[in-house]
Design a protein around this ligand. Structure first.
Ligand code: BES
Ligand code: MN
Ligand code: ZN
Length: 494
């Protein structure tokens, strides 16, 4: 496993690393070493190197992520290279770019990097997480064993580095689940992963399958398209150490994740067909939720958290549901199925109703790769967030701007509610009556019907859960979007 470690600002701390990274910036045409300047100066002296000369030689501009390397040779250090890494304006966002560049530099190599870290806690954390995320690699190539790099952060803030490690491990865990192909990742496998990791972190977990799911009409309608092994409903709970469930001072957060292990569209087969290949990531919401709750014991926030994973495969088979079927959700609401490719809202409807009726949540969040329309509206950098609670919306937006999991507050447009009308059931599930075309909005309005009167937030991560190219902190494939957002939000509540 990738390791992040903190070591104090002493030259001995650098002695065994293969690479030494020094952040720089350029202001008013002058090169600067913004972090731990006196330590950098002493290092320059030992190495008999002039870093500013090197930077001038490379015609460096100081922008975030700019990387230059020059050779060194000194008996006190194993390193044979210094990496000069641009940090731009030293904002958290620039530090994420810089950290990710360093991470990418050591990706897939069994080498150790020591990096001079920023001073402020938030900045150290952003930088360290980004190094790990940039170094992330997942593949199943059979021709070589995976080499794992290590990163040392030169800082006295040991606790911050540990916290960064907990969060970056959670993000990369979510990525691993998303990257896993669907011939391995069937619903039974995903539920078993949830059991494994929850038990390892001291969480309580319950898995429902088969007959135990008879009230979960949406999950069954979708998941019985692939009856072997069929769908799963997972419930995981976190309680801070030494707390009883009944403590009324502690808020209860419930997070429900869409866990479609593969989305063919069902009988309403996805077209054009090449859009289907990305659909192994249709469980990214459930993966993020699982990763969040597994990070909590190490961070010990004073919040009660329950995670629900609605896990099913949306397959095309003789037992697939049909367009025009009427199903009954958890709690009794009936729904006319129109397009079987809108399966996410069907499995989430059960999870939301279950949470509302059984768990008494103070906050009810769902996270789902729900609609292509969310990506049309916002692209891949912002997730679509729906909620009627303005305070909650601004809190989540601010947290995302700070930590990189950015969300945009979208409107729940009441005039579009008649899109949900059905002649024969309580609701029509595709929400396409009236031709409003706002597919992400009408999907949110559908989900809201199942959230009761709760403080509900819907995160449509269809655009952000997956990256189409290898860029910055994100590899091509699963990003782990939502983990940082929800972990930081939960810890802010306590
Ligand atoms: N999983 C898809 C949404 C999606 C699309 C996620 C692209 C990531 C990338 C979802 O199940 C879906 O198929 N939604 C349909 C809904 C429509 C049929 C109402 C869509 O967005 O086209
Ligand atoms: Mn679909
Ligand atoms: Zn889907």
């Amino acid at each position: 496993m990738f390791t992040l470690q903190a070591l104090p600002a002493k030259q001995e701390s650098l002695s065994s690393s293969e690479l030494i990274a020094i952040p720089f910036t350029k202001k008013d045409e002058i090169f600067q070493f913004p972090f731990q300047a006196s330590f950098v100066k002493a290092l320059e002296k030992t190495l008999e190197a002039q870093l500013t000369d090197e930077l001038a030689f490379f015609a460096a501009t100081g922008k975030a992520g700019e990387l230059f390397e020059f050779p060194i040779s000194h008996s006190d250090f194993d390193a044979d290279r210094i990496l000069l890494i641009g940090v731009g304006d030293s904002s958290s966002s620039s530090l994420r770019t810089a950290g990710a560049t360093l991470g990418k530099r050591i990706r897939g190599k069994a080498i150790e990097l020591a990096a001079i870290a920023p001073q402020a806690k938030d900045e150290i954390r952003a930088f360290a997480i980004a190094v790990h995320l940039g170094a992330y690699l997942w593949n199943q190539k059979s021709d070589k064993t995976l080499e794992i790099p290590r990163a040392i952060m030169i800082t006295s803030e040991q606790e911050i580095i540990e916290e960064a490690g907990v969060i970056s491990n959670a993000i990369t865990f979510a990525r691993d689940l998303v990257h896993t192909p669907s011939n391995i990742k069937n619903p039974q496998w995903l539920a078993a992963e949830a059991v494994k990791i929850s038990e390892a972190n001291g969480l309580t977990i319950k898995v429902l399958a088969g007959k135990e799911l008879k009230e979960f009409g949406g999950l069954l309608a979708v998941g019985n398209s692939s009856p072997k092994p069929g769908p799963r409903f997972v419930e995981i709970s976190y309680l801070p150490k030494g707390k009883k469930k009944s403590s009324s001072l502690m808020p209860h957060v419930v997070i429900a994740g869409k866990g479609i292990t593969f989305d063919t569209g069902g009988v309403s087969l996805k077209r054009p067909y090449d859009t289907m290949t990305a659909m192994k990531s249709d469980m990214a919401g459930a993966a993020a939720a699982l990763a969040v709750i597994n990070a909590l014991p190490a961070l010990n926030p004073n919040v009660r958290v329950t995670v629900l994973m609605a896990i099913a495969e949306n397959a095309l088979s003789g037992s697939s549901q049909r367009p025009s079927d009427v199903i009954k959700h958890y709690g009794g609401t009936t729904v006319e199925v129109i397009n079987t490719d809108a399966e996410g809202r069907l499995v989430l409807a059960d999870a939301l109703a279950y949470a509302d009726m059984n768990l008494d949540p103070d906050y009810l969040i769902d996270i789902a790769t729900l609609t292509g329309a969310a990506t049309l509206g916002l692209g891949r950098q912002y997730a679509a967030m729906y909620t009627r609670n303005m305070k909650l919306a601004s809190a989540l937006m601010a947290i995302g701007e700070a930590n990189g999991d950015r969300v945009w507050h979208m409107p729940l447009i009441d005039e579009y509610t008649d899109a949900l009308e059905s002649d024969i059931a309580d609701l029509n599930h595709t929400a396409d009556k009236g031709d409003y075309s706002a597919g992400s909005v009408t999907a949110a309005l559908f989900l809201e019907k199942f959230a009761g009167n709760r403080n509900w937030v819907h995160l449509d991560i269809a655009g952000t859960a997956r990256s189409e190219s290898d860029s910055g902190e994100n590899p091509k494939g699963g990003t782990g979007f939502g983990v940082r957002l929800l972990v930081d939000w939960i810890t802010s509540l306590s």
